[in-house]
Design a protein around this ligand. Structure first.
Ligand SMILES: O=C(O)CCC(=O)C(=O)O
Ligand SMILES: [Fe+2]
Length: 453
């Protein structure tokens, strides 16, 4: 029964890996406040097309100053695809472009960008540097709001947004943020007078975090928004390290699993579902993106690389929502057109022809659950292609948040339109047990006879 014992073991280690993966998830947002000093409390503005300047002094803003600012603004639009849309049932607020105002208080001089930078760069997948760009001023008067949305990335390099809220008395107008079933509140109306003195409240969050501004019931809420871009660092030493080994729990569990003889004994893959959304498109360079992973996703990448594992972003191609089909792993997004290979409407044959034309790897998902009769038949049918096993960690294998959907003409009894999904995920190639552990053991035993150096 020894083998049964050890297989329970490997199952427990696998469950532990899933748990550590969940536990080490980083918060995708950062909230704080800084005092507003009286020497930097003024905002100067002019109405588009006019020359006269107005002023709001946030150390003691008057109703009249705020009304004048609101009157100088235009209705705020929001991005939808490539367009800017005005729809006051979705977003009701005033906006002013950066060309028409100057604030004495900025995210740069107040230290906010430094603190947000520490948060975003705490543990990047590879060294990065950030660029903050002042985007707009917004004013939310009584009845204003912004319904749930994600910010439209202004380029592939945009990774996060920063909102700063000036101190003004208002009721309502909190920012709610949601990600993977969790919700956080940026209670800016309260934070701006937290200790009785005026403070500027700020929230930074990754671009794919859904957020909404609840209706303002009274008063005015004035904000500046910044877009945050990430680029590979020129000098790696510009990254901040906190000296905390935050990776340890995940690294140790993963390492224990790999050292277990019953874990993928003949080798295979571990796929990690990504927590964040990325700008997937057919031309995306996966190797470049791996340096730009956000928060938790960067953690996984770093942990796998620290164990010298063969780790890369890959695209998992699948045809339907069925769990136990044959998938294809490819190192890029591929263009798929009807007429390649011998395609029929069968669920898996498309992945077979995809793997042939693109030098992909056929994989089957090993989830421990019993197979249905149909699934067994399918496994039998595809065993001649020698697919490799893949275990999966994190967000569902069938999650489509980072997927590209391609239509193709399938030839069954009749030609019909079918779809194939290419989903971005982080993949670790696992060598057969005989190649992965004895190597480590050999290194130790070789050292033994020397009796310590
Ligand atoms: O004002 C806020 O708190 C958020 C504003 C926002 O979501 C946006 O401008 O896209
Ligand atoms: Fe937004």
């Amino acid at each position: 029964m020894a083998s049964q014992e050890s297989s329970t073991d490997v199952e427990a280690l696998y469950v532990a890996l899933q748990e550590k993966f969940q536990e080490t998830k980083r918060k995708p947002l950062y909230i704080g406040t800084v005092p507003l000093e009286p020497n930097v409390s003024k905002l100067f503005f002019s109405k588009e097309g006019l020359t006269g300047a107005g002023v709001v002094d946030f150390s003691q803003p008057t109703e009249g100053q705020l009304e004048a600012l609101a009157a100088a603004c235009q209705p705020a639009t929001f991005g939808l695809g490539q367009q800017d849309i005005l729809d006051e049932s979705y977003r009701k607020a005033g906006k002013m472009d950066a060309a028409n105002f100057a604030a004495q208080f900025t995210a740069f001089t107040s230290g906010i960008t430094d603190r947000v930078g520490e948060f975003l760069l705490e543990a990047p997948s590879t060294p990065q540097s950030l660029r903050f760009e002042l985007y707009k001023l917004n004013i939310y008067g009584p009845g204003s709001f912004f319904k749930a949305h994600v910010d439209t990335p202004r380029s592939d390099k945009m990774i996060a947004s920063l909102v700063i809220v000036f101190p003004t008395v208002h009721v309502g107008g909190s920012l709610l943020l949601r990600h993977e079933g969790q919700e956080w509140t940026f209670d800016s109306p309260k934070l701006v007078y937290e200790d009785g003195k005026p403070r500027v409240a700020f929230a930074a969050f990754y671009s794919d975090i859904e957020h909404e501004v609840t209706p303002v019931n009274s008063g005015y809420r004035v904000t500046l928004t910044y877009n945050i871009y990430s680029e590979p660092a020129v000098s790696p030493s510009s990254n901040i390290s906190f000296g905390l080994d935050r990776d340890a729990p995940l690294r140790e569990t993963l390492s224990a699993l790999l050292q277990h003889p019953d874990f993928l004994p003949d080798g295979g893959y571990i796929g990690f579902g990504l927590s964040h959304k990325y700008p997937v498109n057919p031309n995306l360079q996966l190797s470049k993106l791996s340096g730009n992973l956000k928060g938790t996703d960067a953690d996984i990448y770093r942990v796998c690389r620290s164990l010298s594992l063969d780790t890369a972003l890959q695209v998992l191609y699948c045809r339907s929502k069925q769990q136990k089909q044959v998938y294809t792993l490819i190192d890029r997004f591929v263009e798929y057109r009807a007429g390649y290979g011998n395609i029929d409407t069968d669920n898996s044959s498309i992945t077979v022809s995809l793997s042939r034309m693109s030098k992909g790897r056929l994989v089957v998902h090993q989830d421990g659950a019993e197979s249905t009769e149909e699934e067994e038949w399918r496994q039998e049918e595809y065993s001649r292609y020698n697919p490799q096993l893949m275990v999966w960690v994190g967000r569902s294998l069938l999650d489509r948040r980072n997927a590209l959907k391609t239509a193709y003409v399938a030839h069954g009894n009749e030609a019909s339109l079918a779809y194939v999904y290419g989903q971005l995920c982080l993949v670790v190639h696992v060598a057969p047990f005989a190649e992965r552990v004895p190597k480590a053991q050999a290194e130790t035993s070789e050292m033994e006879p020397s009796g310590g150096s």
